[in-house]
Design a binder for this molecule. Sequence first.
Ligand SMILES: CCCCCCCCCCCCCCCC(=O)SCCNC(=O)CCNC(=O)[C@H](O)C(C)(C)COP(=O)(O)OP(=O)(O)OC[C@H]1O[C@@H](n2cnc3c(N)ncnc32)[C@H](O)[C@@H]1OP(=O)(O)O
Length: 166
Amino acid sequence: MKQKIKRKQNNSARCIVCGDQNKASLGCRFYELENGEIAATFRSEDWHQSYPGRMHGGMAAGVLDELIGRAAAQGSDDFWGVTVELHMKYKKPIPTEADLKAVARVTKKNRKLFEGTGEILLPDGTVAVEAWGKYMILPLSKISDGGFAEEEWYQIEEDDPKEIDL
Ligand SMILES: CCCCCCCCCCCCCCCC(=O)SCCNC(=O)CCNC(=O)[C@H](O)C(C)(C)COP(=O)(O)OP(=O)(O)OC[C@H]1O[C@@H](n2cnc3c(N)ncnc32)[C@H](O)[C@@H]1OP(=O)(O)O
């Protein structure tokens, strides 16, 4: 089903999932959707493999970890937190050298913690991996040394889609 995109989130420069200047990264883009969920698009490259032709489960965990975290950051480029728990369910292999999508949403949130779920979809729409995560909300100053948000956290200007088929 097609979902309208409301806003694209920032990318970071060096993250392994979304690092715009990290050649090894999955090159994720993150789109906030009108229905309140968040979607990611990314490409599994040959160097993201575990077994030949199969994306590493840790990379899949990385995508869903970050995507669920970003689901709670909707509408803000200055909301931060860290993962405290992450549970994965690997249902189908994810191929390398494929253009992929994922979707996530927040399921519970209070002042200090939030929880969410997400899925990675195969090109035919089948759910390959499901995740549930719990995160602690923290100021950036408690997570990282200064400079990140000013120097390494920005919008990538490109031809973005207006909607995404999930
Ligand atoms: C994610 C947002 C993205 C934002 C959008 C931008 C994205 C931009 C790209 C960046 C990518 C981001 C997405 C990847 C996110 C990572 O990959 S983060 C990296 C992996 N995670 C970590 O490194 C976290 C490591 N853990 C820690 O640093 C510490 O355990 C924590 C979480 C700071 C807690 O510190 P602590 O000293 O243990 O704190 P403590 O005082 O014991 O506990 C504080 C409270 O939390 C509670 N608590 C602690 N752990 C838990 C738990 N597992 N369950 C329930 N309660 C807990 C305690 O019970 C306590 O409650 P109170 O007693 O105050 O009521």
